[in-house]
Design a protein. Sequence first.
Length: 498
Amino acid sequence: DGTTSSFHKELERKMKMVAQSAKEFTLDYDDDHPEEAEAESAREEEEYAEALSSIGLISPRLENAAVNPKADAYWKRPIDELQGYDTMWVSAINQQCIRNLYGVFMNYGVQFADNFDDWEDGNEGDKFRSIEDIASYKARKVFEVTGLPCVASRTSFEVEPIRPEDMDKTADADGGMGGAAAGGKKPKQGQKSPRVVTGYRFNDVGEHVDRIVQSLLPFSEPTRVTRFRSCVCYYDGEMELFEYAELDCDLYFSGSMRTFIPMSAAVNSMLASLKLALDLQFQKWLHAKVNDATGGGTYSEASIKLRDRVLKDAKVLPNDIIDVSSFMDACVDVDLMDRCGRELAGRFESAKPTKILTIATTGLVIAIPMAKYLQVPLVYARKQRSVVMADTFDANYNSKTIGEDQQLLVSQDHIDEDERVLIVDDFLSSGSSQKALLRIISEAGAEAVGVGVLLEKEYEAGRVSLSGFGVPVESVVRIASVKDGVIQLLEEDGYDKM
């Protein structure tokens, strides 16, 4: 118990030190004194790096790569974009876990240039370092040589000690069964040597784990607890991130191959964290391929349903006006709008908007469900001044459906300077109304993070007119033409190319 307690105390101390070194993920630094906070962070990083410098761990393959004149070209080789990769990393984890790591990150466009798994202890002290220190050291060393972001790992193995009271209980049980009378021998538990009774801890997993398990098994209860604890570290020169996972396993079932279980869990946790930190996107290559095939459209359940509804129920009126009042205006298909709102909200989730701005009343059909899924407030611009509106932001725009020199008004109380505003509307035609909303956001001193619409009239070049504002534009369905009163969608062309 004393050994286990001291180990956990040391582990807590190490974890606190690691947490303090990862300033990117803490909010307790002093915003009022950024220079002091930066200096403090640099000092802590220097202290941590100095603490790691006493580790003597070596990788022969990494040492060879460090002096190989061809290695630099190898690390900087072109990424295999045909396989869907868009970034190159490197790893330093146990070989039996490599396929899991590569498979998990492959869906997010990460190609691993190599894996360094031939690490050897360089001095006696390496055996007593924490798994956090070892994983961090490996990641930093590999990054230093390759210049690539590195995912490294270390797994510890523990065997719980047998408590004296447990030995006594087992000995009594053996004695009650006539163990001494049968052969005149002492009960099995009473013969346990200190090597069997004591607990064990190794900061690495290998063949020695299998040997210790096989040695203890004949003299221990099969339910004696062993523990595997994995630490996965990501390091890219600027950010360092740790994730952990544990497995408690009966001695009877224990072995070095069980490392795969906590490692798999730790890798999945690391992926979840890096998705937020680095904005990793699932199968980004597939979305790019679909966009290329459809001219920017998106193949999804919502886009297909909206596409079918447009082709079935929309009408072309004089002046090339598209009438969608049967499902988007006078009569609203609420389920369809909810599906489309969820689709568009997902595309802008990484932009982290804090507010949605739309135009009353047609823009509300898509803005309301999007605000629900993004969990942000919704503000709409009025076309006429209300009696409750005092000071307002205003901008003029031209509309093909209601005429020229229209005005949009937004109360100044509804948009603050620190807002990240997402513009949402039903149509993108010439871009005139969206540009008016962008001017209102600019006047408020806020930041526009994107424009999302249900239907985009590709033939009116609204997307081009918004290009100067430098914001992403997303649409669920893009209309290529309404020539001769026939609606042709851009998504109809290109599906056969996928």
